[in-house]
Design a protein around this ligand. Structure first.
Ligand code: NAD
Ligand code: MG
Ligand code: ZN
Length: 276
């Protein structure tokens, strides 16, 4: 199966194509979705911070207009990426997720982190360049591990104070310098619930553009210790029986996939597909 969406670095001097507009309030959309004819969109009175050619959707070029601020356009509204993830068409979410990461990177890499001078984008490469330092700055990706810990028919789920009321999820955390994904997993599990794990198994990965995580998904078995939730980070953590689960995270998250997969295997049901 060929993908409808492929990323590319396109020349912004060429006319035509589709465009998405992103401001601190999210993406612009109307009844037809979030893709607008680019020439029409550029004729609106937008405060454009930067323009990027980001790829092809069904063979048509797609551009991102990264804006300083949102603008009122009749019939149009602004909506955050998370809402597109929860409700929208999956391909559109992939386009917007990529656009969001490119927009964030471009916004946060206008000046060199080493000497402070203004940088310029390298033509046809996704990199900002500092002439004075001869330094290239590429889009930032933050590796994060996520793990479902199990003990027979039980799964360990926790909730952070940031979660929607009632929802429990798998444990997750950002990798630190010097760590392998497995080191990170063991440290995060110790920090967040104070238990030990064994038989760590890699299950798959997912881009999580909030704002730039690369989720590395694992399954691990309980090896010892009693749950002690980390103060401030973990509001509650419990063992839940696969027959009696609490409200779970969104179905497009790898957290949900890891839980659904284990439950499906345990109960002999059809296995879910890893969401992209
Ligand atoms: N897709 C999914 O299913 C899913 C599920 C759970 C978490 N996540 C994502 O995983 C990531 C990590 O989870 P977490 O929030 O529990 O992390 P965490 O347990 O490491 O704790 C978050 C803390 O890490 C620090 N931090 C923030 N950004 C960082 C970075 N880039 N590198 C290192 N440290 C950083 C901050 O102090 C922040 O408060 C987040 O982006 C979260 O949204 C995704
Ligand atoms: Mg965490
Ligand atoms: Zn520099």
């Amino acid at each position: 199966m060929t993908s409808r969406w492929t990323t590319a670095v396109l020349d912004t001097d060429l006319p035509g194509g589709w465009a998405v507009a992103r401001s601190p309030e999210g993406f612009l959309f109307d009844d037809n979705g979030a893709l607008f004819p680019r020439e029409w969109l550029k004729r609106q009175d937008l405060s454009i911070l930067a323009e990027h050619g980001i790829g092809h959707l069904d063979g048509e070029p797609v551009y991102l207009l990264e804006l300083h601020s949102p603008l009122d356009i009749p019939g149009c509204h602004w909506k955050g990426l998370r809402a597109f993830m929860l409700e929208g068409d999956h391909t559109l979410y992939k386009v917007l997720g990529y656009a969001a990461q490119i927009g964030t990177w471009a916004r946060e890499h206008r000046f060199c982190g080493s000497c402070g001078k203004r940088m310029s984008q390298i033509p046809l490469e996704r990199a900002m360049y500092c002439d004075a330092c001869d330094l290239r700055h590429y889009p930032r990706i933050s590796p994060s591990m996520i793990v479902l810990i199990t003990r027979g028919d039980e799964v360990l789920l926790a909730r952070s104070p940031r979660f929607v009321t009632g929802v429990y999820s798998t444990l997750a955390g950002f990798a630190e310098p010097g760590e392998s994904a497995e080191d990170c997993l063991v440290r995060e599990v110790r920090e967040e619930v104070s238990i030990e794990v064994k038989n760590i198994q890699y299950m798959g990965s997912q881009c999580w553009p909030f704002p730039h995580s690369m989720m590395l998904g694992f399954h691990a078995e309980y090896a010892g210790g009693d749950i002690v939730p980390q103060e401030d980070e973990i509001e509650d953590a419990q063992w839940f029986n696969v027959h009696d689960l609490p409200p779970l995270p969104a179905s497009r998250s790898i957290a949900r996939y890891l839980i659904d997969l284990y439950v499906a295997r345990r109960l002999g049901h059809a296995e879910p597909v890893l969401p992209g």
